[in-house]
Write a protein that binds this ligand. Sequence first.
Ligand code: KIV
Ligand code: ZN
Length: 529
Amino acid sequence: MTASNDRVIIFDTTLRDGEQSPGCSMNLREKIEVARQLARLRVDVIEAGFPISSPGDFESVQRIAAEVGTLADAPIIAGLARAREGDIKCCAEAVAQASKPRIHTFLATSPIHMEYKLRKQPAEVLKMAVDMTAYARTFVEDVEFSLEDAGRTDWDFMCEIVAAVIEAGAGTVNIPDTVGYCQPEQYAARIAYIFEKVPAARNAIISVHCHDDLGLAVANSLAAVKAGARQVECTINGIGERAGNASLEEIAMNFVTRHDYWNLQTRIKSEEIYRTSRLVSDMTGQRVQANKAIVGANAFAHESGIHQDGMLKHAQTYEIMTPESVGWTGEGLVMGKHSGRHAFTTRVQALGYALTAEEIEKAFARFKEICDKKKEVYEDDLIALVDEVMYKGAAQAWQLESFHVVSGSDVKPTAEVVMSFNGEKRQAKAEGDGPVDAAFKAVDEIVGEYLHLVDFELDAVTEGEDALGRVMVRIQRKGGRTVKGRGTSTDVVLAAIKAYINALNSLHVQELIAAQRESGENEKVNTGV
Ligand code: KIV
Ligand code: ZN
């Protein structure tokens, strides 16, 4: 891919670097929803995953390539591959159906990585980089090569590799600050050095990929752009390994808000930023901090009297960009109990969700239930209930039939829960430290095992006494995997039980998939891996 000098390519790695970070994992359905929204946001490249890393990753990259990578005006769909033949072949297969497939291959080039991780001499690394770039080019035209830990790589060795991989066919060469160590001026100087020493770099795209360990990921990325880099790798809400990656929304809004300074364009549709941020937050279960630039709940809030007074007199006294420019429309009353199915469906679609007819029916039924309990239903309520329905997925072996809790300052909190497993009713009673703890213990009793509650988050979806409570839980089977679940209700105990059961169903589905894999039924997922 080439870019005119006044265009910056936005390479989104939310589904790869973001998703691989702790607590951010998404299932297939969630990844596809996020990829669709990234396409609406008009990112140039979606790095959809690391196909060799697991059959699940292979499948999600393949599905995103087929379903999102073939849309009109689709972004490039990239897959990550180590500089090894098996990885590259697998990646090529995963991205093959995209209209614009990319193989992104990487190899570490810093002294510490070469000596301790790769146990290879620089000359061997150089040869592997060249050979594997050329190998990747036998599958696709668009190959990106990353020098892992470039931020700590010897400058001349870095230039030697950049020149060699361009010669071998890489159209994009990425200079990652893998460990978030660089300082903006140093990093910019590194990029400038490449342009000075490698004439061919002018015919390729020099890309940057910065981690936020010292809180400098965005500053470093922008400094590199100043020095001539024309692709920025970033993630929604800045999620990613350790302290995360450069945040896409911050990078994009710098170019929009300070166009006078940058005079650079991206393809990003900024009005889709807020929605994308919220979707990624919902899908990963990772909340966005309130004071996060661009998408935090307080990013456009003016609390102090002086600021409010100024805002009333002239918005630009304290506002350098409008909330509307990032798609923040406020809570916005959506609809009420008299809204019909058609209006509901249209609204859900406008929010960017692609639900099946069956899911629409379920979501609409939930919407009517909520309308009976809540005077006003806001867009955030709608998103919460659509997420809940979507997140339930197909298999709902465990169902809540009824529950009853007793709690107070002078009684031992107790819960009685009735659930069914594939239609067969079971019930249990338990005591706990509070009504939610008692209810979870009763559920554990019914399930027949103690599940470790790793995380529990409760928040109000909107404001007001009748607000929906939304609970997100993470539970772990002893020595096993961690799954998340979510539930919403105007009753927070019910929301908590729903979230817990939702997570249980997720565990159940994963076990079914694992069993299928073992029996070979899912073998096609492994093709090429
Ligand atoms: O941080 C890093 O170096 C990476 C590469 C794989 C691009 O994520
Ligand atoms: Zn990274």
